[in-house]
Design a protein around this ligand. Structure first.
Ligand SMILES: [Zn+2]
Length: 103
């Protein structure tokens, strides 16, 4: 899985094409990611302590990993991720500017 929680990604296909957001959750088993403000789904919420009336809430649904591209924190472009070894650790790097993404 080359996309992880906390990464910023750009949606490149589907209804939310062009949206940019932070990865809230990565689900490697399903090849899916949950991106902030992307694929919002309305859910009926039963009353809870935090939300005493219940009602309808919006929550992000997972989208397929192939629908997003990682945005490089260094050059701010959507990129393909490469892997290299640095100090014996496997790190992701930007194929465009060459900067390591995991530091
Ligand atoms: Zn870059």
């Amino acid at each position: 899985m080359n996309i992880r929680k906390g990464d910023t990604v750009l949606v490149i296909s589907g209804k939310y094409k062009g949206a940019k957001g932070k990865v809230l959750r990565a689900i490697p088993r399903e090849n899916r990611v949950v991106v902030e403000r992307v694929n919002l789904q309305k859910k009926h919420q039963r009353p809870t302590k935090d939300l005493p009336q219940g009602g309808i809430i919006e929550r992000e649904g997972p989208i397929h990993r192939s629908a997003v591209m990682l945005v490089c924190p260094e050059c701010s472009r959507p990129i393909r991720v490469g892997f290299k070894f640095m100090d014996g650790k496997k790190v992701r790097y930007c194929r465009k500017c060459g900067e390591a993404i995991d530091k």
